[in-house]
Write a protein that binds this ligand. Sequence first.
Ligand SMILES: [Zn+2]
Ligand SMILES: [Zn+2]
Length: 267
Amino acid sequence: MKFHDLHIHTHLSLCSEDPGATVANYLCRARELGLEVLGFTDHMWDVANVPLPSPNPWYRQQDFARAMSIRREIPRDSGIKVLVGVETEFAQGVVGISPQAASELDFVLVPHSHIHMLDFVRERSVVSPRDVAAHMLKTFEDLVSRDIATIVAHPFFPLSMHTGENLVQIYRYLPDGALEHAFGLAQEHRAAVEVNLSIFEGNIQAPLYQDTYLRMLSIAKRMGCKFSIGSDSHSIQAFDETYRAGMFEDAVAILGLTDDNMVQLAL
Ligand SMILES: [Zn+2]
Ligand SMILES: [Zn+2]
């Protein structure tokens, strides 16, 4: 497979605190690191065409036109394949991109697990590990059934509840059978599954991930889902550290991924 990264944020994402996170700087560093394919995916809600289900000032500022302004930064020939996508959102049953906007992109990344966004992605009453697990299962299945996500970003990553004992408790309520059902649906609907390198916090071998993320991703593989790999970098430094630490190679080896497992964009 190509040495690829299909989840990169630039300075256009409001949560990037690196003004140097430009396409030119990513391409320069990617060349040094040996990457072959970069996919840019800034946060985006297509507010002009898809009404926000509840007020969200953060997304209101990150509309499709802003995300697409990245095209002005892409050089004609950099020696690296550059894909343009977005990371949109799935909140209250609404995916934040219109089919028309999606058709203008190389791919659409949609997360279902930004559960730190209270009263938007997650209702306040969803707190217990059991309820959070049920929420993620329901939103994952609902999302993949809509045939709009090319790739589900960081599946089953309970953002804000993703560390230590919280993670273990939540995954107790994500048994193999339930995950098999969810990934079976993803496979049927051809929604690829992301191996998000940032969720492992620099150590994919940590025992914590054995029965959580690695079990979950292995089930996706067994169910025949296609994969992409992404660093979810929000800065040049994070991008650099991810690849210098060998996270891409480790993920491929540990999950036993081959060309057959990868989404077409990564080949
Ligand atoms: Zn995300
Ligand atoms: Zn992201």
